[in-house]
Design a binder for this molecule. Sequence first.
Ligand code: APR
Length: 280
Amino acid sequence: VDEATPPWTLQSRTLEGLAGYIRDGKAKRVVVMTGAGISTSAGIPDFRSPTTGLYANLARLNLPYAEAVFDISYFRQNPRPFYTLAHELYPGKYRPTITHCFIRLLNDKGLLLKLFTQNIDCLEREAGVPDDKIVEAHGSFARQSCIECKTLYPDDLIRKHIEEMAIPFCQRKSCGGLVKPEIVFFGEQLPAAFFANRGLPAEADLCIVLGTSLTVQPFASLPGFCEEGVPRLLINQEQVGSLGSRPDDVLLLGDCDDGVRKLAKACGWLEELEALWAKM
Ligand code: APR
């Protein structure tokens, strides 16, 4: 045995090695980072997949460029494209996937330190991940407010407007500003909760990155905050970010639902996971 190599690295280049690390109880503080790739099998398109991604399919909204649909300055001059999209994406129509259930199972087993999600579909929440364990880094549809005076806007009213594809305006007559769900648009600050929890990856003993291209900062820098020597697992169609650059990284490239089933099976959790998902 090569003494210089930490015992973890010897076992862990494989999924089985990682499962052994989990089964041996060495993973007690797991941070999970997710993106749109974990919701595609629920029927919600991701953003950047070449043909199926949202940005490849927004031509009908004749935007100057695809990401304008989530750009605050474009929204101010033309909120119609966003509200057309909101009509299609509004939470409540989709079922959590087995990947969302895997994160819930980690929490049920007392292993989840924190979930950082970029998704606005609230499916992790619907899968049963508790609110205090979720950081919605790019906001969510949970609340909506006037982009000018920040006055909150009633949930039932925004739901009605989105269903009817109508544009909601601030209820304060003197304002009359546009109302927008508290999704973080390009050009807006991330929620305070993101910055308050950004140090947690440095406390983790396992990092799992699921279904994200890691192209949008500052979220994309999170996996890099994990300490050297802490295993980092990527489950994604493609290799992304700095994953794979460290000896303790494990890459499971492919469909994330298949990947979490493989990991659950190696940990002896597959039946429990399938039962959880069947109840969704
Ligand atoms: N299984 C595994 N990986 C998948 C699957 C799947 N079923 N479907 C898609 N992927 C992968 C894609 O290959 C891609 O690497 O998930 C990743 C999705 O990347 P994006 O579409 O860029 O989504 P995301 O990383 O969440 O985007 C980040 O960009 O537009 C902004 O604010 C928006 O939060 C979003 C941010």
